[in-house]
Ligand binder design. Structure first.
Ligand SMILES: [Zn+2]
Length: 491
């Protein structure tokens, strides 16, 4: 806590680095001290510890925050002393601050994440290398989970051609949201044909189905819930993913399954490191038939994964690097893919962006945006990709002040100039550009356009407040009213 009589602490920023203290110019060469003084000055009165802690992780004091603040306060203390003023900090100030900073994951010099042993094959016509890769893993009996539309557009035939007799069974009518009765059917087939790996070809549902079958087989084998004891544990029956959308499931250890009983449905999310696909084949040629609507909605989902990874409280250097590169690829290529689905070059760039987004997503905790999208999917039936398009700009706006330094590199990757402007101004421009891009791709931009009633907003806010993602939001969310305001803006 900083104690300084308000009358003594008349500090006005006169353009850096000169600061007026009680009428006397005070030169501060330490940028951090300037930032701190600026905040004190803007308020015109001493601020609470909480305020300073918030300032810490929202301003430029990000890396090595504790050390920076310590040296900043030292400079300020010296400067004040020289003018006969007193600044005191309470005894546990630094300990409490440090804990808070750590909890927020702000100190990038400390990070912890799991990466998965995966083989990734990327390129036009990469599907032709599937056999070689499968042989490398010694898988002999493979099962394919996919949808009727991929059978009709010839994608399934390409997998059949690549694998030959190693493909022993195909389940080709996977429905959206991975219904439990379909998982049971597919598990039965997997057992009957004694498969040793399962391929998910398509979007989130076929890839989710492959994960669900792998998970169920693991449970049967172990006779107990299949949870990996060690993150390096290998699955009994491996998952292979061949994505044809941009939603990113191929890179993650997560799937959703929908349980149907007595006319009601319940969606459960399962996370287990063992079901993360061991082999992922990205072939842009398989995405040429993805319709414009799905291109736009799953593409914005990928963009949201990058944005939430950038400001995630558990971000790490790799997730940040992947997310910035992902934003660059996606914002450059997505409108082109939407306009011309058969633009192979744009499709390649976009799929690369989705891969980077999935990589970022796989190692960090998501925040408010995904918490809201999941609440909208679970309680109001809004498809994930559509919810993404509506919520993303509003979630970014809510987090603007707290996350502008983290999002500025994304704005720069979008071609927005940083020179001499504050991170907040730059990120504000990025939010507007993203909002415009979503509109240009004809995605819905208001909750009222997708069947959400105004009277539902309070209930949705309550539901979202329970989500782990909302609790992990970089700007703390403590009450439903904060969420309801975001939903109202999006309504
Ligand atoms: Zn998502």
């Amino acid at each position: 806590m900083i104690h300084a009589a308000p009358a003594q602490l008349t500090i006005r920023l006169l353009g850096t680095p000169e600061v007026l203290f009680a009428g006397t110019p005070l030169l501060l060469h330490d940028q951090k001290a300037r930032a701190l003084l600026y905040y004190l000055a803007a308020a015109g009165r001493p601020r609470s510890r909480d305020y300073l802690a918030n300032l810490l992780w929202s301003e430029s004091l990000e890396s090595n925050a504790r050390h920076s603040l310590r040296s900043s306060l030292y400079h300020i203390r010296q400067a004040l002393q020289a003018r006969g003023a007193v600044m005191r900090t309470c005894p546990d100030f630094f300990a409490k601050l440090h804990n808070r900073v750590r909890r927020r994951g702000v100190q990038l010099n400390e990070f912890h994440y799991t990466s998965y042993a995966q083989e990734i094959i990327f390129g036009q016509g990469a599907i032709a290398h599937l056999r070689e890769a499968v042989e490398g893993f010694s898988w002999r009996r493979l099962m394919l989970c996919t949808t009727g539309s991929l059978r009709r557009d010839g994608s399934v035939a390409l997998v059949e051609k690549a694998l030959g007799e190693r493909l022993v069974v195909t389940y080709e009518h996977v429905q959206p949201h991975v219904p439990d009765f379909q998982v049971a059917e597919a598990v039965k087939l997997a057992l009957e044909y004694e498969v040793d790996a399962i391929i998910g070809l398509g979007g989130g549902s076929p890839v989710g189905m492959a994960k669900a079958v792998s998970f169920a087989l693991e449970e049967r084998h172990a006779g107990k819930p299949a949870r990996a004891t060690f993150v390096t544990e290998q699955p009994l029956v491996a998952v292979i993913a061949i994505p044809t959308t941009y939603a990113g499931s191929e890179m993650t250890p997560i799937y959703g399954i929908t349980y149907h009983s007595n006319g009601t449905t319940r969606k459960i999310t399962v996370t287990d490191v063992k079901i993360t696909p061991k082999l992922v084949v990205y072939d842009p040629l398989l995405t040429l038939n993805l319709p414009p609507g799905m291109t736009a909605s799953t593409g914005v989902n990928a963009l949201a994964h990058c944005i939430e990874a950038l400001y995630s409280i558990t971000r790490n250097p790799l997730s940040t690097a992947a997310a910035v590169a992902g934003v660059r690829a996606i914002t450059g290529a997505l409108p082109r893919c939407f306009a011309r689905g058969d633009d192979v070059e744009a499709r390649s760039e976009m799929l690369k962006g989705a891969y980077l987004a999935g990589t970022a997503l796989s190692s960090v905790a998501m925040g408010l945006h995904h918490g809201l999208c999941h609440a909208l999917g679970g309680s109001a039936g809004v498809p994930h990709g559509i919810a993404n398009g509506i919520i993303l700009p509003h979630a970014m706006r809510f987090n603007l002040e707290a996350t502008a330094p983290q999002l500025a590199p994304a704005a720069e990757a979008m071609g927005i100039t940083l020179a001499g402007r504050s991170a907040e101004v730059v990120v504000q421009e990025a939010i507007e550009a993203i909002y415009a891009m979503i509109g240009q791709m004809n995605l819905p931009q208001h909750l009222r356009d997708v069947g959400v009633e105004e009277r539902d907003l309070a209930r949705l806010a309550q539901a979202a407040l329970q989500s782990q993602a909302v609790r992990n939001n970089p700007r703390p969310i403590t009450e439903a009213a904060q969420i309801e305001a975001v939903l109202r803006a999006a309504w």
